[in-house]
Design a binder for this molecule. Structure first.
Ligand code: ARG
Length: 570
């Protein structure tokens, strides 16, 4: 695509002396107010070089470049040269570029192949995969896709919570009240019921706590029976998690969870000792972080068992050595802010200059309209149930509306699950939000179904146009037919997509992209409303269809970075 800023710099450079091309390009800016042009060139710097008043210089430049076909209009306003790009040039350039690139449109190579780790989802084994997990799972999936689109080599890690004292409790409970069949039939619900029962029974039989501790110690020592049970719980839980990942179309490169680091922790404890960072406190080993305004980090308990934070330190060191990451991104709830501040500080105190490359991407809470959830008391809403309900309700809506589809089930899946994903990514991630069924499935709001419906509308226009015209749309077009207000607006939004993707990535904020996709969809619908597309004039029709196709492509590419599908019929 034409890099307008660069081209403008070249044009201006031909007429000014004393500044290099790069310097000129640096000065070219995009005015806040579009009335001041698409690009502007302030002449203050030149005034120093040329010893002339800035408005005079601006007037001279404006006069010299105004004949260039790239511009529709060039104006001098005070010290500024305001340039309005020729709409014809612009829309043609955008459409050509999008149609040539197809699925690749939106991708850039700012990442230059550098390795970025995105750790996301990371649920706890043998615990419900509940609605709260949707956030890390869906936000993390989108961030990983956005980074891939930016040209990074992304490693997707699911840091499973598959280790810790709770497994002592779980095994203990299983041995007392467990039943193999039940676990196989419904692993997580069953294991959860054991866990819940443990917490009830321990009130009256505190000795259960000691038993559970002993079991966990055996697990840490690698004793066969305990390891086998643990492994079995892990496998059964993963089967359930994978059902949800499959529904969401999510994949990981690694499931190296907390247990993976169990044998890598002694080395970390040694390093901490060597640096003189460990202190004893009531028999436990801690790192004092008070000088940094943080509470102490508990590294090793008095009974010698290791902790969550120790595993995170070991994980970061392992990942640096194994992947040599440029960035190590963690999509984890803001409730864990302190935890991340602590361990990243410890990495820094260990003398690792890559401490700053560990990035915690926090997010707020999701709650349901009818109250929150608590694992301890077993009142919990499973993510799988939410997704199934979204699909079921969508199927009803589709039938009611008589939606045009040849596969109701497939469309209901794409739209229902897409709706949940889209709502999740519409909110600024740091804000808490309430999950609302009415909002999720509203086909007219700023929702997933609305965008997908718009996409299907574009697909249908192209289908109706027939193959010939679609082919014409891929050839040379006459851009004068797509410079009307709504067409131009749409082209500008499509043009901005690659930059928006980079912005979303740099801010770890998929909602920036979600917003832009809604803008493109609304803009497309305005264009569709304002203009008659399937006109008799072949040239005009081809140009308009080319823009339809470009918009369709841009919307699809955007949706795919959210982890959503785009149905051709709806
Ligand atoms: N398993 C944890 C939980 O469910 C989240 C893990 C976050 N990642 C990490 N590296 N600490 O709360």
């Amino acid at each position: 695509m034409v890099n307008f800023k660069e081209e403008i710099a070249k044009i201006i450079s031909e007429h000014v002396e004393g500044l290099t091309l790069a310097e000129v390009e640096n000065i070219v800016e995009v005015p806040q107010d579009t009335k001041m042009g698409d690009y502007a060139f302030p002449c203050f710097r030149l005034a120093k070089v040329l010893r002339k008043a800035p408005p005079m210089i601006a007037a001279e430049i404006a006069e010299k470049i105004s004949g260039n076909p790239m511009f529709e209009k060039v104006e001098q306003v005070n010290a500024y040269v305001n340039m309005f790009i020729s709409k014809k040039e612009f829309v043609k350039d955008v459409v050509d570029e999008v149609l040539a690139k197809g699925e690749e449109y939106g991708k850039t190579d700012v990442g230059g192949g550098k390795t970025v780790i995105v750790e996301f989802s990371s649920p706890n084994i043998a615990k419900p995969f509940h609605i709260g997990h949707i956030r890390s799972t869906v936000i993390g999936n989108s961030i990983n896709k956005i980074y891939s689109a930016m040209g990074y080599n992304v490693v997707r890690i699911n840091h499973l919570g598959d280790y810790g004292t709770q497994f002592g409790k779980m095994i203990c409970a299983y041995r007392h009240w467990g039943n193999k069949e039940d676990v196989i039939n419904e692993p997580i619900k069953t294991l959860l019921s054991y866990y819940t029962r443990f917490h009830v029974e321990v009130e009256e039989h505190p000795e259960l706590d000691d038993e559970a501790r002993e079991i966990f110690a055996k697990l840490e020592r690698g004793e066969k029976e305990e390891v086998e049970l643990w492994q079995w719980f892990r496998d059964e839980s993963l089967k359930e998690f994978n059902r949800v990942y499959k529904m969401l179309g999510i994949e990981f490169d690694s499931y190296a969870g907390e247990s993976f680091y169990s044998d890598k922790m002694p080395r970390i404890v040694e390093m901490l000792e060597e640096k003189g960072l460990l202190e004893e406190s009531n028999g436990a080993q801690i790192v004092d972080l008070e000088p940094y305004g943080l509470t102490p980090a508990l590294i090793k308990k008095s009974d010698g068992s290791s902790l969550y934070i120790t595993r995170d330190i070991a994980a970061a060191v392992y990942r640096k050595e194994h992947y040599d990451f440029y960035k190590n991104i963690y999509v984890v709830a803001s409730q864990q802010n302190l935890h991340f501040q602590q361990w990243i500080k410890i990495i820094e105190l260990l003398g690792f200059d890559w401490a700053k490359d560990n990035i915690h991407v926090p997010f707020g809470l999701v709650s349901l309209e009818d109250g929150t959830m608590s694992t301890r008391h077993g009142r919990v809403v499973f993510l799988e149930d939410v997704l199934n309900r979204a699909v079921d309700q969508t199927r009803e809506i589709i039938k009611e509306k008589g939606v045009n589809t040849d596969n109701v089930d497939e469309t209901a899946k794409q739209v229902g699950i897409g709706a949940v994903i889209f709502q999740e990514l519409s909110n600024n991630r740091i804000k808490d939000y309430v999950f609302s069924w009415d909002k999720v499935l509203d086909f007219n709001g700023e929702t997933g179904p609305y965008v997908q419906y718009t996409y299907a509308r574009a697909a249908s226009i192209l289908r109706n146009a027939g193959e010939d015209v679609c082919k014409a749309a891929e050839g040379e077009i006459s851009p004068e037919y797509i410079t009307g207000e709504s067409a131009y607006e749409l082209a500008k939004l499509i043009y901005a997509l690659p930059q928006v993707i980079c912005d979303a990535g740099e801010r770890y904020e998929p909602s920036v992209l979600t917003r832009h996709i809604v803008d493109m969809a609304q803009s497309f619908n305005r264009f569709y409303h304002d203009e008659h597309i399937l006109v008799d004039d072949e040239e005009e029709k081809a140009a308009k269809l080319a823009l339809v196709k470009a918009a369709k492509t841009a919307i699809k590419n955007g949706l795919s970075l959210l982890g959503m599908e785009a149905p051709e019929r709806m």
